[in-house]
Write a protein that binds this ligand. Sequence first.
Ligand SMILES: *Cc1c(COP(=O)(O)O)cnc(C)c1O
Length: 379
Amino acid sequence: MSIDYQSLAVKGVQALSPYQPGKPIDELARELGLNPDNIIKLASNENPLGPSPKALAAVRAGLDELCRYPDGNGFELKQALAARFGVEASQITLGNGSNDVLEVITRCFADQESEVVFSQYAFAVYPLVTQAIAATGVSVPARGYGHDLDAMAAAITDRTKLVFVANPNNPTGTVHGAEAVEAFLERIPARVLVVLDEAYCEYLQGDGYVDGVALLEHYPNLIVTRTFSKAWGLASLRVGYSISSAEIANVLNRVRQPFNVNNLALTAAAAVLDDEAYLQRSRDVNAEGMKQLETAFDEMGLSYIPSAGNFIAVDVGEQALDINQSLLEQGVIVRPIAGYGMPRHLRVSIGLPEENDRFIESLARALDKRQSSESGQGA
Ligand SMILES: *Cc1c(COP(=O)(O)O)cnc(C)c1O
């Protein structure tokens, strides 16, 4: 007798579809027989500068210790983060990427009876971690492409345990200012935890900057999550963290794996925090690249969603998948976001100036090709 093992999976997992990551360069090279050296990847919001030299030096120095378990408490990194943000080390929870922390939070505070609130077009991990534990995800219609914070506050019920707010949000790049976020937090009952996902906060410069950490004092139900994957340039090492009350951190600490952050990640993350020049360069390259793409989109008559992150979603029309295919054939990897309910948009990460140029030229070619094939069909 054969068993349907899929049916043995727990309720939430049976209907789960896995997270769709950006296509790796080597995979595209294999699929289309392209030279990987000629492929550019602008699909996962990675830092185009490459890692900080300080991180590289730390990783090299840590290689001799590969045989040892890492420090399960991440003492040094927590000290460095605590000093930087003016919090206690006991308020920090480290994760194997902030994705890990998001999952641990969900498992700690929600179950099958719970509702978890997030926005339409919000980061895909929120519905994923919610469904994995068979909690009920409540997707609140966006306003424009951004979070409708009023509607999200209004969506809270007796069963709501968690609210996820990505600020800035991925894949839309929309952001709320300090005032809006505070007004929102005022409306959330203290028994409901608010996860403010600040994966891109390092890119926010100037006015309207929301510092989630500064809000912790007033809102004990707040958990701020951040990552070393984006502006800090360590996506491959997988290291992120949350800052919350020590009480909440203590709960998260019970469920996270004892050695969830490896030693190279711990040491590189601590080292890169000292590299303020790298962070500033990351911001500058991003701001310039953002302008470069916006200008090109304007010239091409394409509309886009103004973004506060290191990526931008551009409306390329109904044939977005064909355009994406043409980009792939030209060795340019970006991210289609039909899975987010945005079938006309492609999300492109900001690259180095020459990478942005290459993307723009390839996109122009893809759009031309589509137009000529359309007129060809009509003739
Ligand atoms: C990239 C991203 C993360 C997490 O990335 P990690 O690499 O797991 O730290 C979290 N939230 C948002 C909105 C992101 O875009």
